[in-house]
Design a protein around this ligand. Structure first.
Ligand code: UTP
Length: 294
């Protein structure tokens, strides 16, 4: 099987945890230091060799599309002022990947958002990367998306990333059941079922799905038949559960730095960590934090 070329980035959620900031802008456009969250996600996809980025966008939220458009006046001024390097990250995206935009007309759930990409995905295996989660590889040569893409191409099965979470946090994630032998998932384990946000006493394991997946196009068949589930939303986890039961889906643990920027605390931690690595900010921020906790 050939490599994964397309990544779907759902960014059409209501972002209620960040209201009122997200009333008119998607939470994926909120800045982490000086770049919108979604730019980190796209850079991660580019690092994995993805060629086509399919953005799922919500009604009335065109900020993401606009962000990648050329703004002649602004760009011309930056060039004239000798500040062209500010544009570098956006230009790199424009020249390296195709950005395709699809509208999810109503926020009916993550499963529905992924289903909206069906017309452009066709029969190929494809990646799904949640637009409010960011990850950084520990090893420069392989990030989680290149790892999952390679596993899926080698085995022909869908491949998903799992992270261990504490029992008190299982209710925040989709949790996989991989059977009783569930200590080490570094070489992958077949998923038997998936449960959306179970309480700790109902969770089949402590392996959570943090938002990086490679699916075979078969997932669309199950998404098409998925009825609204938890919170009245069409849940990706419910379709994944069917895919796991009727076909093959493997779960892999993989060591990476990850931030849940869709959550207020996760967003603040991402800002602090990334600012602490920023050459112009790190020392002053560190001094400020040290003085604050004295
Ligand atoms: P979340 O559940 O974290 O997003 O979905 P949300 O619903 O916007 O968040 P809150 O709880 O109201 O604050 C995970 C990802 O899936 C996208 C979101 O934009 C986010 O990146 N999503 C979710 C969609 O694209 N469409 C949907 O209908 C739901």
């Amino acid at each position: 099987m050939s490599k994964i070329k397309k990544a779907i980035i759902p960014a059409a959620g209501l972002g209620t945890r960040f209201f009122p900031a997200t009333k008119t802008i998607p939470k994926e456009m909120l800045p982490i230091v000086d770049k919108p969250t979604i730019l980190y996600v796209i850079e991660e996809a580019m690092q994995a060799g993805i060629e086509d980025i399919v953005l799922i966008q919500g009604r009335g939220k065109t900020a993401i599309e606009d962000f990648f458009d050329v703004s002649y006046e602004l760009e011309d001024k930056l060039v004239k002022d000798g500040k062209e390097e500010i544009l570098e990250s956006i230009r790199r995206v424009r020249s390296s990947v195709n950005i395709i935009s699809i509208r999810q007309k109503a926020a009916l759930g993550l499963g529905h958002a992924v289903y909206c990409s069906k017309p452009v995905v066709g029969d190929e295996a494809f990646a799904v990367m949640l637009g409010d989660e960011i990850t950084f590889a520990k090893n420069e040569s392989e990030n989680i998306m290149s790892f999952l893409g390679k596993q899926s191409c080698d085995t022909g099965a869908s491949a998903v990333w799992v992270l261990p979470v504490e029992p008190k946090n299982t209710h925040k994630y989709g949790i996989v059941d991989v059977g009783p032998d569930n200590k080490d998932l570094s070489k992958g384990k077949k998923v038997l079922s998936v449960i959306e946000k179970p309480s700790s006493d109902k969770a089949p394991s402590n392996w959570a799905l943090p938002g990086r997946y490679v699916f075979n196009s078969e997932i669309f068949k199950y998404l098409e038949n998925t009825k609204p589930g938890k919170n009245g939303e069409i849940q990706l986890s419910d379709a994944m559960c069917e895919l796991a039961r009727q076909s093959e889906m493997m779960a892999y643990s993989f060591s990476a730095r990850r931030y849940d920027a869709g959550d207020k605390l996760g967003f603040l931690i991402a800002n602090i960590d990334i600012a602490l690595e920023h050459p112009e900010l790190s020392q002053d921020l560190l001094n400020y934090l040290r003085a604050k906790i004295k």
